[in-house]
Ligand binder design. Structure first.
Ligand SMILES: *Cc1c(COP(=O)(O)O)cnc(C)c1O
Length: 224
């Protein structure tokens, strides 16, 4: 087993233990290995070890990798900012887009031939330039538009914990916004939160999809 595959196994075991510690069912938590900037060969290595969910953040890197691995039965999760003019191309390989944050992206996906699962990205920073909706109202109005879009299945909310706050506070806020969304749309109960440094806190606050990169892949070949 490769070093990355061994780390994947170890992280999955830790996730299962953490779920049990919080009284949660490990089967309710999907581990997405974020393989951005890594070659398709790493995805293949992890696939051979049993991993099936992979995350990418840039279309121009993800598309050729998805093409190279077309023979593999796996799920691509798109976790980066989506440009409206790339949305349909992303939907061709991605099973799920975690970063829906504005009408134009939803409208572009409405004309797609491919169905995708969709998460509404929440902006937990004070910087309006960051991706994500920044209020419960904005979340609900985007949710309404997504619900009216036949090609998107609304799954829930997604967030990245800001660097300068306690991740527990960040994920508590995500849980609160998730509750508001679920009141309106009971099936949109998934929470995509938690990365290499903070995933344990995310499990405590109800995360159903963890997006973990470096703790499994090792350092990225180049950052971005
Ligand atoms: C890169 C990335 C991750 C994974 O980050 P790590 O710190 O390497 O685990 C998760 N989510 C998003 C949106 C990312 O861009």
């Amino acid at each position: 087993m490769s070093a990355a595959a061994a780390r994947w196994r170890a992280v999955r075991d830790e996730i299962d233990a953490e779920c049990v510690a919080w009284g949660r069912n490990p089967a309710d938590v999907t581990l997405i290995v974020v393989t951005k900037f890594h070659p398709a060969s790493l995805v293949d290595e992890l696939w051979n070890a049993g991993a099936r969910d992979f995350g990418e953040s840039r279309h121009q890197d993800a598309a050729p990798k998805a093409e190279e691995l077309l023979h593999r039965d796996l799920n691509w999760h798109f976790v980066g900012q989506v440009q409206s003019n790339k949305a349909r191309a992303i939907a061709r390989y991605a099973s799920t887009i975690h970063s829906l944050d504005r009408d134009s992206v939803v409208d572009a996906l409405a004309t797609s031939d491919n169905r995708v699962g969709g998460f509404i990205e929440l902006n937990l920073t004070d910087d309006p330039g960051r991706g994500g909706v920044d209020s419960a109202d904005a979340m609900l109005s985007l949710a309404e538009r997504i619900m009216a879009t036949e090609t998107i299945d609304l799954r829930g909310v997604m967030a990245v914990a800001p660097q300068d706050v306690d991740p527990r506070d960040a994920f508590a806020r995500v849980a609160t916004l998730s509750d508001i969304l679920v009141q309106a749309y009971p099936n949109a109960n998934a929470i995509s939160a938690g990365m290499s440094a903070d995933w344990k806190h995310a499990i405590e606050h109800g995360a159903t999809h963890l997006r973990i990169g470096t703790a499994i892949t090792g350092n990225r070949p180049h950052s971005g």
